[in-house]
Ligand binder design. Structure first.
Ligand code: ZN
Length: 701
């Protein structure tokens, strides 16, 4: 049996004396919905509300509440059954105070004193202005405040269905904005709303579905978004002002020509996939693998050659086991086929490129089709969703924009989830602190060291009470438990979410820590993860540490087949306590090659080699020393370099200056340099250790 509608109106007819006002109206409302009832003045909207509320007796037809016939019930009975009305013109009691007016909302109910006080506080929490004026006579309030009071009074009854009659009538545009923001909040918190409005554009963009009334009849109904963009409807019903259509002009004047759809409704919308079990996900993965192999084979000469050499044809992929027959792809392959490696679609289908940060002339460039971008943004929105970010959040983004993937990903994912993006970009701590205070950002996205730097600065300036950050989403470098703890503490207990990703695999957002903070969930519906032994290249069982290898399932412009990410992690078998069906892995522990991550930038020691060897006067031996300042959390890099043989010590200052300059110019990072005498650094027969990284000293996972 299907769930009955919350409210169902069946062929309702009503008369004022001999004049018929409603002609067989049918309408349904389901729990959690916001339904708009739109029409010109005199269309019958208010009459219908009166019939629902028991303020007027219908002449024929029925009203059902959760399947029970309530036709002809009195208004008091309807309030007890969970309906509340905010009438047109507010109808507050002008000589009673705000608090007394609110109490009237529970008059028909047997509500205890304590419960009334609790509900009143909840109304004050929602409507700050009513709280300020609680002892003021309602008649002295502004129109907008009276509307808030009328809504607050209705909410005192904790209604299952809230009927709002013309909430914006007679209000200034800015106040109307405020009232509709409150309606949005109510809808998101799960209140079912029937919204009656002449302002059609407003009502449609604030609701899920809508009924359009004219002459006492429902003349059109459907999803509000569809109605908003229906050209016929816009012309006939919501059209711009004209002499011929005076009724339409009031609606047209509501600004439909400049309409924008409101933010997605997170109460109902999810970016999570709905695989019922592991088998369903596995079946999806196999289909994706088969598609990817065929697509790569047919679209990319690089892949075709590799697959043919390994004896793999698209038709031979029958199970996930076949994955192991396929050759690996590496970062070197990407560099070899610079600037458009792995390209498997014609150029006209590529709409954007991004590049990974790193070494000059050896960047990894990745192309994207529109679908690739859509997919990326979708699962990035999923990351925000997993971190509990909603349209009410303000997300301050402190990562790099432009050719790097990070900024775009964080930005577009944020907009997709409906939160407010505050794209400040990397660095510039003063500007970040200013925005944090002024726009009251609630989420901060950065690298872990940037987050720590900010936290320290907030602490140092003593402005912690002006900061509202409650979630920090950070990525692109390792972080220790102690570092996380410190960031959280200094941000007043903010929750930290480690986000993963790499440019080759769309960008950041390919996985994120869940609210149980025990693992990274990765998007198994977009790519397959294997863990291999980086020495033997053999797959490792779940639970063992090794190198992450990824195969994409629907990536078009540059598909990845067994791409070696060099990141060290492990797959965590079994379900997470958070209930998510998505598979999971541990936080990234390090790299299987000798890449250095420094302030979010990938640096290959070989590049430093190249830079140093181009400066006459320097010797061939050097060490890279990475440290992290315990109090500021700032990473530092120092190069300890030998002077060349027979190079005079009084050239030291000049050589140090030149080295710092060249590294800054080519790698865009600032470093310290120490020159030592020739022969001072240790030499071994084996490859000498050049990188000394003391940044992370405690446990990582
Ligand atoms: Zn989880």
């Amino acid at each position: 049996m299907t769930q009955p509608h919350l409210l169902s109106i069946d062929h309702l007819t009503a008369h004022y004396g001999a004049a018929q006002a409603l002609f067989g109206v049918d309408l349904t409302i389901d729990p959690g919905e916001t339904v708009a009832l739109v029409g010109a003045n005199g269309a019958g909207k208010t009459t219908l509300l009166k019939c629902i509320m028991g303020l007027m007796k219908p002449s024929a037809g029925e009203v059902f509440l959760e399947g029970h016939d309530v036709t002809g019930n009195s208004p008091v009975q309807m309030v007890r059954q969970g309906l509340a009305l905010t009438p047109e013109g507010r109808e507050v009691f002008p000589h009673l105070t705000v608090a007394e007016n609110l109490q009237m909302g529970t008059a028909a109910l047997k509500t205890g004193r304590k419960e009334v006080a609790r509900r009143m506080q909840a109304v004050y929490d929602r409507f700050g202005r009513l709280a300020e004026r609680r002892d003021q006579a309602a008649g002295t309030l502004s129109g907008g405040e009276q509307q808030m009071l009328a809504m607050g009074r209705a909410l005192m009854a904790r209604p299952r269905l809230l009927l709002l009659d013309e909430p914006s009538l007679g209000l200034a545009p800015l106040i109307t904005d405020e009232i509709f923001a409150i309606i949005h909040q109510l809808a998101r918190s799960g209140v079912t709303i029937l919204l009656v409005e002449q302002n059609a554009a407003r009502a449609l963009s604030a609701s899920h579905k809508a009924f359009l009334m004219a002459g006492g009849r429902i003349v059109q109904q459907g999803s509000s978004q569809d109605l908003l963009v229906d050209p016929k409807l816009r012309a006939a019903f919501l059209g711009a002002a004209s002499k011929e259509k005076p009724a339409a002009s009031r609606l047209g004047a509501a600004g439909l020509t400049n309409i924008r759809l409101e933010k997605p409704d997170m109460h109902r919308h999810t970016f999570m996939p709905d695989f019922p079990d592991d088998q369903a996900l596995a079946a999806h993965q196999l289909t994706g693998l088969q598609w990817t192999v065929r697509h790569a084979f047919e679209g990319s000469s690089f892949y075709r050659q590799r697959l043919e050499a390994a004896g793999v044809t698209p038709a031979s992929i029958r199970s996930m086991e076949d994955l192991r027959r396929m050759p690996f792809t590496t970062a070197d392959d990407l560099r070899e086929f610079y600037p458009f490696p792995l390209r498997a679609v014609p150029f006209e289908q590529i709409v954007r490129i991004h590049a990974s940060s790193g070494t000059t002339g050896k960047r990894k460039i990745i192309g994207y089709t529109q679908k690739d971008l859509d997919d990326w943004i979708h699962f990035f929105a999923r990351c925000y969703e997993m971190a509990g970010v909603t349209p009410l959040d303000r997300v301050q983004i402190a990562v790099g924009y432009g050719i790097w993937t990070a900024g775009m990903g964080f930005q577009l994912g944020c907009e997709k989830v409906g939160a407010m993006a505050v794209p400040v970009g990397p660095g510039n701590i003063d500007m970040h602190l200013q925005f944090m205070q002024d726009v009251r950002s609630t989420v901060f996205c950065s690298t872990a060291s940037m987050a720590l730097l900010m936290a320290e600065e907030i602490h140092r300036r003593g402005i912690a009470d002006k900061i509202n950050i409650r979630k920090i989403i950070y990525g692109s470098e390792r972080s220790s438990r102690s570092m996380r703890r410190k960031i959280s503490e200094l941000f007043g207990g903010a929750e930290l979410f480690d986000i993963t990703g790499l440019t080759e695999l769309y960008g950041p957002g390919t996985g994120i820590e869940c609210a149980d903070h025990d693992c990274i969930h990765y998007w198994g519906d977009y790519y397959i993860m294997e863990i291999i032994d980086p020495e033997t290249l053999q797959p490792l069982p779940d639970g063992e540490w090794g190198e992450m290898v990824v195969t994409t399932l629907c990536k078009e412009a540059a598909p990845l087949i067994r791409y070696r990410t060099r990141d060290i992690t492990r797959i965590i078998p079994g379900k997470c306590t958070c209930g998510s069906v998505m598979p999971r892995h541990s936080r990234i522990k390090g790299r299987s090659d000798d890449t250095i991550k420094f302030r979010g930038v990938n640096i290959y020691p070989s590049t430093i080699d190249t830079i140093l060897s181009a400066i006459p006067g320097l010797g061939s031996e050097y060490q890279i020393v990475l440290t992290r300042d315990g109090s500021s959390g700032k990473d530092s890099m120092k190069l300890v370099i030998e002077r060349g043989q027979a190079v005079d010590a009084d050239r030291t200052a000049e050589l140090v200056h030149e080295t710092i300059y060249q590294v800054k110019r080519q790698l865009l990072v600032s470093i310290d340099v120490e020159l030592v005498d020739y022969g001072r650094l240790p030499r071994t027969e084996r490859k000498s250790q050049r990188v000394f990284d003391s940044r992370i000293t405690d446990e990582i996972v």
